[in-house]
Design a protein around this ligand. Structure first.
Ligand code: ADP
Length: 478
């Protein structure tokens, strides 16, 4: 069974967040479940540089305003099709943002081109057709529209929502540039509040819709969590499901990770102390083995609850803990995180930037990783933290609720806890959760048990890969 997945990001070639990790990990995860995945990506400079020899090419003259080609190649152990369209994608830096931080004005056309290419490749433009297509997020949202309105046999489509907050909504002037029939611009199609909605179209035309955790699948069908699309999602009934993300256990392995100061495993956590010391030095903190060290890695955004961490600092500092923050994003939050570090030298450290190696040192050196998200489709930070022995402290929302077992009395007695959850998501509850985590930290046997459980939790793709495979087999055979 052959599946074409289409996405704008894929680790290790291009990454701004968890989408890239998932798209990069699925091919290997699904190979074991009898599904061969080919990945279609835009030809960003970083992707073009990584490519080997093309095994097939297909010219696309006059494609969305310029000359383009489809290239079939291999890179980073992935079977790839790349849309080489320099007029759309040969732009350095962040895939979505122009210099200065504003979105590229032609993002609608750029990702329509990606979706149009996906429909062509799925139908066999480079040889054999595919059995199913797996489209990820708004950037691949029009794939279903091009399959529906283009010529050729139907190829079944699974659409996965990684974050409903990013909807790819563009002014109606985009529509005539898309090459779709007028009837496509309707409520039963691309039209979304008078605009063109790429994510909305993805949900409308998909045969099946998945999102990245069972709890988020429930949340997005409520008015509170549906971000305007809950009605459509409820209308899709049983076509919507949640399949939990995993992480690639070979890629994320503290026993072999050369970004760490010292490698370690669940069977031997002693070397982990060297990572904590390295982290304290790197962030200019007091090098104290006994101080509980919290870490945060992620986008500095309202969604991630970074402001809540800053407001909960009296609880954190009051319990003798330290904090390291690594992230980029909202300019005001960046300033506030830097300000907190400046005001609490030796106790709080902030690095603004995207740094894969430093992120791994935080997972492998912090005592606990904070994930106080207001909403979280799945979240990968807490999975990395579990695997690297930093019991996560998480808000009880979305995938965080599904992947961390709270250290309540019953779970501690049963020896199953892997972290701490809190709800509702506010400063007082976060403060109390921090105190609860610190109390566990100071109880050496309880802490050893919690960390051991965390490291042995199943954060792999095994179960979820089987669920995706069943979904693909189901729709391809239907
Ligand atoms: P998102 O909503 O951003 O996709 P996830 O938790 O699903 O959040 O995934 C985030 C991924 O990006 C994780 O692998 C995390 O380690 C990584 N990441 C986020 N911010 C940074 C950063 N500043 N430096 C390095 N890695 C980061």
């Amino acid at each position: 069974m052959r599946v074409l997945q289409v996405a704008s990001e894929c680790f290790p070639l291009v990454k701004t967040g968890g989408l890239a990790d998932v798209v990069g990990a699925l091919p290997a995860a699904l190979a074991g479940a009898g599904v061969a995945v080919t990945t279609l990506l835009p030809g960003y400079p970083a992707v073009m540089q990584a490519l080997g020899e093309a095994t097939a090419t297909h010219a696309l003259p006059g494609f969305f305003g310029g000359e383009a080609r489809l290239l079939r190649c291999h890179a980073a152990q992935l079977d790839l099709v790349v849309l080489d369209a320099p007029h759309l994608f040969a732009r350095p830096g962040n895939p979505y943002l122009a210099p200065g931080g504003r979105e590229w004005e032609d993002n609608g056309t750029r990702f329509a081109a990606l979706a149009a290419a996906a429909a062509m490749v799925a139908r066999g433009a480079l040889g054999e057709a595919f059995d199913a297509v797996h489209a990820h997020d708004w950037q691949a949202g029009l794939t279903g529209a091009y399959l529906r309105f283009g010529a050729g046999p139907h190829v079944p489509l699974v659409f996965t929502i990684h974050n409903l907050a990013f909807q790819g909504q563009f002014p109606a002037w985009l529509f005539p540039l898309l090459g779709l029939p007028a009837e496509a611009f309707s409520l039963a199609g691309l039209e979304y509040h008078g605009d063109v909605g790429l994510l909305k179209a993805g949900l409308w035309f998909a045969d099946r819709i998945t999102t990245v955790s069972p709890t988020y699948a429930t949340e997005i069908r409520t008015a509170e969590g549906g971000m305007g699309l809950d009605g459509l999602l409820r209308g899709r009934g049983g076509d919507v499901s949640g399949i939990l993300n995993g992480i690639d256990e070979l890629e994320w392995n503290p026993a072999t990770d050369n970004h760490l100061a010292a490698c370690f495993s669940a069977d031997d956590t002693a070397p982990r102390a060297a990572n904590k010391a390295a982290l304290q030095r790197r962030f200019g903190l007091e090098e104290r083995a006994d101080a509980p060290l919290f870490g945060f890695v992620g986008r500095l955004a309202w969604q991630k609850g970074v402001d809540l961490i800053l407001e909960a600092l009296p609880w954190l500092l009051g319990s003798g803990a330290q904090l390291v923050v690594l992230g980029t994003g909202d300019a005001q939050l960046q300033e506030r995180c830097l300000g907190a570090a400046a005001a609490n030298r030796g106790r709080i450290g902030t690095v603004i930037g995207f740094d894969e190696g430093l992120a791994r040192l935080i997972y492998g050196g912090a005592d606990s990783v904070l994930v106080p998200s207001r909403f979280e489709p799945c979240g990968l930070a807490q999975l990395c933290a579990l695997r690297y022995g930093a019991p996560p402290l998480v808000a009880r929302v979305g995938g965080l609720a599904d992947t961390v077992i709270d250290a309540n009395e019953a779970a501690v007695a049963a020896g199953t806890a892997t972290g701490v959850q809190f709800a509702p998501v506010n400063v007082a509850m976060l403060g109390a959760a921090i105190q609860r985590m610190v109390a566990l930290y100071r109880d050496a046997p309880a802490w050893a048990r919690l960390r051991d459980n965390a490291m042995r939790a199943d954060v792999s793709w095994h179960r979820s890969a089987a669920r995706y495979a069943a979904l693909f087999h189901g729709i391809a055979g239907a």
